[in-house]
Write a protein that binds this ligand. Structure first.
Ligand code: ZN
Ligand code: ZN
Ligand code: ZN
Ligand code: ZN
Ligand code: ZN
Ligand code: ZN
Ligand code: ZN
Ligand code: ZN
Length: 418
């Protein structure tokens, strides 16, 4: 059985991307170091996707694996050396004729990804219809955006059991079935076409398959723009004459999108490389599609294929992963405090996050009663929550806060403040 083999091969590749800078923390992170089981950096605690971890080649292998055993095999090539499928990413390089006039060196623009269409002008027009900061021009903010979305929307650990941590043989089997299912039922790659051409093509086909496509909707035109009769499925506005639209086979060719509207219905991010998942009339990115099908562990970010897991704080967790975000101690049955949506054990909380009493300057135990006003905290005891002037206990009384001080009356305030 080759299952045994796969289990043995499981590694998280802790060397992979080691030392890569954090794009968010910049100099504050010493460089990427993968946490033992969380998909975060041990140094700065940001996610993998914030670090420039995967090389282009590794990304192409990840996407290649996604397209393996699907109808999109035309987008991949198998490496001769080891038979690993690699994504044949379409890149486009343009020379800029305007810059070339004055410049001695001819200025070029390379798109790290472009829609794989014959008509290059259409691909370039598609790019122009995306927000500038999202156009994947090599070396630009847009290229970084694409890289980050590749990591975020298509986590390797949502498709490859060997990228998951300590799965049982049964969990590996379940995951393989799950991946097979979404490849068959949901995964797709968008296609760009001119709506008029698409309609002509559909009519052509309609002759043979009884013309079931009563399709386009009449829509109002946008002022100053020559509008067409085609409306975007997301924003409902019309397409502009001569502009390409995105089509998704799984959605049916009666639907079309503005290039900038081809986004995930949950995160609203552009579907990276037009890779979509279609379910019940909605477009999802890979991550958010998987989230509709399986619980995801808030600790390790992997989908949960085991029946045993826990729910806490509105999130799902592998039993062994409901741990302190600071020291990784297991929190089952322990007292913990939520800090920025992450559970933290009591000792770490006291050490790193606890509120200090404005009166006695001691840490306030997370289980103790406290009074919070603005950024100030007090023990809710007669010894600490009292008038700064006369010492009267203010619990359950009206009080006047001034900076970190408390007063029982205008008189006391005047006495101390004058
Ligand atoms: Zn960081
Ligand atoms: Zn880091
Ligand atoms: Zn639209
Ligand atoms: Zn999404
Ligand atoms: Zn987990
Ligand atoms: Zn801890
Ligand atoms: Zn106190
Ligand atoms: Zn007083």
């Amino acid at each position: 059985m080759d299952l045994e083999n796969k289990v043995k091969k499981m590694t998280l590749g802790h060397e992979q991307g080691a030392g890569a800078p954090c794009l968010k923390c910049k100099d504050k992170c010493e460089g990427f170091e993968l946490h033992f089981w969380r998909k975060i950096c041990r140094n700065c605690k940001c996610g993998q996707e914030e670090h420039d971890v995967l090389t282009g080649n590794e990304e192409d292998k990840k996407v290649g694996k996604l397209f393996e055993d699907t109808k999109y095999t035309s987008l991949i090539a198998k490496l001769k050396t080891d038979g690993i499928p690699v994504y044949k990413r379409n890149t486009v390089t343009l020379t800029n004729p305007i810059a070339a006039k004055k410049d001695v060196s001819i200025k070029t623009v390379t798109y790290e990804w472009a829609p794989p269409v014959q008509n290059q002008a259409l691909a370039v027009r598609y790019m122009e219809l995306l927000p500038k900061e999202k156009q994947p021009v090599a070396g630009s903010e847009g290229a970084q955006y694409r890289k980050k979305q590749l990591a975020k929307q298509l986590p390797a650990h949502d498709q490859d059991p060997s990228k998951c941590h300590e799965l049982s043989v049964n969990e590996v089997k379940q995951m393989e079935q799950f991946v097979k299912k979404y490849k068959n039922e949901a995964l797709g790659v968008g296609d760009i076409k001119l709506p008029d051409e698409m309609e002509a093509q559909s009519k052509e086909q309609g002759k043979t398959d009884a013309g079931e496509r009563s399709t386009t909707v009449a829509v109002g035109s946008v002022a100053g723009q020559p509008a067409t009769k085609y409306a975007c499925f997301r924003c409902k506005l019309s397409m502009k004459e001569g502009d390409p639209a995105v089509y998704a086979e799984r959605a049916g060719y009666d639907k079309l999108w503005h290039p900038a509207c081809f986004v995930c219905c949950i995160c609203s991010e552009l579907l990276v490389d037009m890779i979509y998942f279609w379910k019940k009339g909605k477009l999802y990115c890979g991550r958010h599609y998987c989230d509709t099908e399986k619980p995801r562990c808030a600790g390790c970010d992997e989908l949960i294929f085991s029946n045993e897991y826990t729910q806490a704080e509105g999130q799902n967790w592998h039993l062994k992963h409901f741990c302190c975000f600071e020291c990784d101690c297991v929190l089952a049955g322990e007292i913990y405090v939520m800090v920025n949506d992450k559970p933290v054990c009591k000792p770490c909380y006291v050490k790193l996050h606890a509120a200090v009493c404005q009166c006695c300057h001691n840490v306030i135990d997370p289980e103790a009663q406290r009074v919070t006003y603005g950024k100030y905290n007090w023990h809710a005891t007669p010894d600490c929550f009292l008038c700064s002037c006369c010492g009267k206990c203010l619990i359950g009384q009206k009080f006047m806060p001034v900076e970190g001080m408390l007063f029982c009356s205008v008189d006391c305030k005047k006495k101390l403040m004058s």
